[in-house]
Design a protein around this ligand. Structure first.
Ligand SMILES: [Zn+2]
Length: 277
């Protein structure tokens, strides 16, 4: 690799880390109905404004050693972890797809999905800020990709994107409706319907259905292996009685959507070749 070859991945990491920093603000503020633009970040305990160098992704938190410089209150490690992971995600996109529109599309889609999974896990809701932006972004870049840059790569064509948004939202609405009838309580929130509209626009109708199956499969694997042990560990630590933890479906749908976008077509081809043809 020549030195100049390092420039796009390094830039992608830096931009991604800054996007991750903004994602933290969205996850913290949207559930409370607050603006993500104003006021500027401040310590929730003492109200001290965050200075420019403290806002530098990952490094700011490290230099502060995870504590507010004013009152010493702890700052969640979620902030640098999200910045680091989103930065790495953007770097991987540029390594896999080059410095292309497709790399940007995968990176932004993955970031929106990460924000949705995180907010749903912490607050049991999927803010419209993520889903409205996600839907407009996916549709606009589908048209840009189709009309100006040729192949849309892993993403659905504009026509399939519109069909996919309807199919994704529709199938989750139907499952939620039937589940509510069967269980006599809300089985799926409206947030899951809006999430699957975004996912369907990205992957098209067939892979939208695959995403719902993959999300259910992911939940079936992760629930007993990860979620239940964490719940048991927490109840042992706090001395409270163990209750089966509630985990919203969006936490599983969002990563399933990214997996389906990247590998869903291969999986469907393999399945069709083996079992149908
Ligand atoms: Zn403080």
């Amino acid at each position: 690799m020549t030195p100049s070859a390092f420039l796009p991945p390094v830039l992608a990491f830096l931009v991604g880390a800054c996007v991750g920093s903004f994602l933290n603000v969205c996850v913290a503020r949207w559930p409370a109905g607050e603006s993500v633009v104003r006021p500027p970040s401040r310590c929730p305990h003492c109200g001290r404004g965050v200075r420019a160098w403290e806002n530098v992704p990952v490094l700011g938190w490290l230099m502060l050693r995870g504590r507010c410089a004013g009152c010493g209150a702890g700052i969640s490690p979620q902030y640098p972890i999200v910045e680091l992971l989103v930065g790495l995600g953007w770097l991987l996109c540029v390594l896999a797809f080059g410095a292309t529109l497709e790399a940007l599309r995968v990176a932004v889609f993955g970031t929106v999905m990460a924000g949705i999974a995180l907010t749903d896990a912490r607050h049991y809701l999927i803010p419209d800020g993520f889903t409205v932006f996600g839907l407009l972004w996916v549709l606009a870049t589908a048209m840009l990709g189709a009309f100006y840059l040729g192949d849309g790569g892993a993403f659905a064509s504009p026509a399939d994107a519109l069909l996919g948004a309807c199919a994704g939202a529709g199938v989750v609405a139907i499952i939620g409706w039937l589940g509510e009838v069967a269980l006599k309580k809300e089985a799926m929130g409206f947030g899951d319907v809006t999430l699957m509209a975004v996912v369907g626009a990205a992957v098209g109708p067939w892979r939208a259905l695959l995403t719902v199956f993959a999300g259910a499969a992911l939940a079936a694997v992760l629930f007993p292996l990860v979620v239940v042990p964490i719940g048991m560990w927490r109840s042992r630590r706090t001395g409270a009685a163990f209750e089966l933890p509630q985990v919203p479906f969006g936490v599983f749908l969002a990563p399933a959507a990214v997996l389906t976008l990247l590998w869903g077509s291969d999986l469907m081809d393999w399945y069709l070749d083996r079992f149908i043809a």
